[in-house]
Design a protein around this ligand. Structure first.
Ligand SMILES: Cc1cc2nc3c(=O)[nH]c(=O)nc-3n(C[C@H](O)[C@H](O)[C@H](O)COP(=O)(O)OP(=O)(O)OC[C@H]3O[C@@H](n4cnc5c(N)ncnc54)[C@H](O)[C@@H]3O)c2cc1C
Length: 463
């Protein structure tokens, strides 16, 4: 019998279409392992919503493994130490894992390979979280792409990614002591703020596969139009499942490619393409979550105002579309993409708050918090990023609301205090003769805020 292999689950919490798992299971008994290395230097600690998601995802993964006769081993601590310990305890001489296309994780993995070799253990990393290897995609000059359209064109020219695969035959390895998931205290307790998350989400691979199947069955023909309407269930809501690798982008790709939904399907895949592009940008600029991609933004005159930042976080800005989004986020750990753009733009442009503060808030509150997507999207919103929305294009939250939530269904859902307002006033309640008493007046005037933002942007050019 060959020596067992450790399969180290990371951001690939699935059994289907997991190439690293297939490589590990090739005739060897498997010791499945998840390491909570939440104090690793340089690695960003998980936000609260992600910790909630991780707890339930691990529980579901453990159940899936148990049905196949394997026990998921949970251990907390520095990965290098834990991996060496488990190898010694089980007699494993090899470790397999999905590679993580993030600079911090790459640096850690690079250091792990020789460290483990000293213990006679090999670490094999298999790419599995993106459709296309970000390093294969370069401009003609051998540089990373800075603009999405040519990036995606080059990606599509590579042809379909390999077909997705099923669950390999898994042979259980030696038993090994592990932690109790509850002892990790990933779930909030005092207070338990996760009621809205429980109501909105079912973490885990089974739910991810069901969600993909339902989304595709519904037909993607109208995706291009519906995806911008936050009141409508028009997008896949696969983002947290993709963020934790409960489903692979290849599975998504092939489920969609098999259907003839024309431009809707192509538009949907291009959104998955933005995820690829975000990782491409992160690898090109490892400090994407901390440093402006465009260096001239280092001189931007951000304003630090505790009161307005608090009002934004709590959904009390007086602009219904912004507030509805921020309350959706607080309640469910999710916000519709259109509203993320509106709320993000409001923070950065109307309030002149540094985008990094918004990024950090989203990181803590989103169930789909994703290092690359969150950082790249915030820089896109702020105008400081690659291929970003131009700074001078300032969303008017009233017009955005009237356009994308014309009858106010979305706003009413998250701001019940505005429930009785007519559609004509739902996005500007302050214009009513008697504005609702229990809803704040706007914390900034749109026109003044717009002029202030444009002046701040102009100052970059004159400094
Ligand atoms: C300020 C801001 C912060 C964001 N932070 C995150 C984040 O932390 N994690 C995250 O996954 N997405 C983030 N996004 C992108 C986008 O809002 C979400 O991916 C999308 O709303 C998820 O919903 P969905 O799965 O129904 O999307 P769908 O429309 O069904 O799209 C399918 C998949 O494509 C990817 N995708 C879609 N839009 C984008 C995009 N603009 N950029 C990158 N990938 C995209 C996601 O993986 C998504 O699940 C952010 C956007 C903004 C404006």
């Amino acid at each position: 019998m060959p020596a067992p292999a450790i399969f180290w689950f990371r951001r690939d919490l699935r059994l289907h279409d997991n190439p690293a798992l297939i490589a590990a299971a090739d005739g060897r008994p498997i010791v499945p392992l998840f390491v909570l290395d939440d104090e690793a230097p340089g690695m960003r600690p998980l936000g609260g919503a992600s910790r909630w998601w991780l707890h339930h995802s691990l529980a579901e993964l453990a159940a899936g493994l148990e049905r196949r006769g394997l026990e998921l081993v949970l251990r907390r601590g520095p990965a290098a130490r834990i991996l060496a310990e488990i190898a010694a305890e089980t007699g494993a001489d090899s470790i397999f894992a999905g590679s993580r296309p993030e600079p911090d994780a790459i640096a850690r993995d690079r250091a792990l390979i020789p460290a483990l070799r000293q213990h006679g253990v090999t670490l094999t990393l298999v790419a599995d979280s993106l459709l296309f290897s970000p390093r294969r995609l370069m401009t003609g000059a051998g540089e990373p792409f800075k603009v999405f359209t040519p990036f995606w064109r080059a990606a599509l020219a590579l042809g379909d990614p390999p077909a997705s695969s099923g669950v390999p035959g898994l042979m259980p390895g030696p038993a090994c002591r592990g932690d109790d998931l509850d002892d990790w205290r990933l779930l909030p307790s005092t207070p338990d703020w996760a009621g809205g998350l429980r109501a909105a989400w079912q973490p885990g691979e089974t739910a991810a596969r069901d969600r993909l199947a339902r989304f595709v069955d519904r037909g993607l023909g109208d995706y291009g139009r519906l995806r911008d309407l936050p009141a409508v269930d028009g997008t896949s809501r696969l983002s947290p499942h993709l963020a934790w690798g409960e489903i692979s982008p290849r599975q998504v790709w092939h489920a969609v490619r098999g259907r003839e939904d024309g431009t809707g399907a192509a538009k949907f895949l291009s959104e998955v393409g933005w995820r690829e592009f975000s990782y491409h940008l992160l690898l090109a600029s490892p400090g994407l979550a901390e440093a402006n991609w465009r260096a001239d933004f280092d001189r931007f005159p951000w304003v630090e105002d505790k009161a307005t930042f608090r009002a934004w976080r709590r959904g009390e800005t007086g602009y219904p579309m912004v507030d509805a989004g921020m309350r959706e986020l607080r309640s469910t750990g999710y916000m519709h993409n259109r509203v993320r753009m509106i709320a993000g733009s409001f923070l950065v442009k109307h309030l002149l708050t540094d985008w990094r503060r918004g990024e950090a808030w989203f990181w803590d509150n989103l169930v789909d918090a994703d290092h690359a997507n969150n950082a790249a999207s915030w820089q896109w919103v702020a105008g400081s990023g690659a291929d970003a929305a131009p700074y001078f294009r300032i969303f008017n939250p009233v017009l955005q609301g009237e356009r994308y939530d014309p009858d106010g269904t979305y706003v009413r859902r998250w701001l019940p205090e505005l429930g009785g307002l007519p559609a004509t006033a739902i996005h500007k309640p302050w214009t009513l003769a008697k504005p609702p008493r229990d809803y704040p007046a706007p914390i900034v005037d749109h026109r003044l805020a717009r002029d202030r933002a444009l002046a701040a942007f102009q100052s970059l050019k004159t400094k």
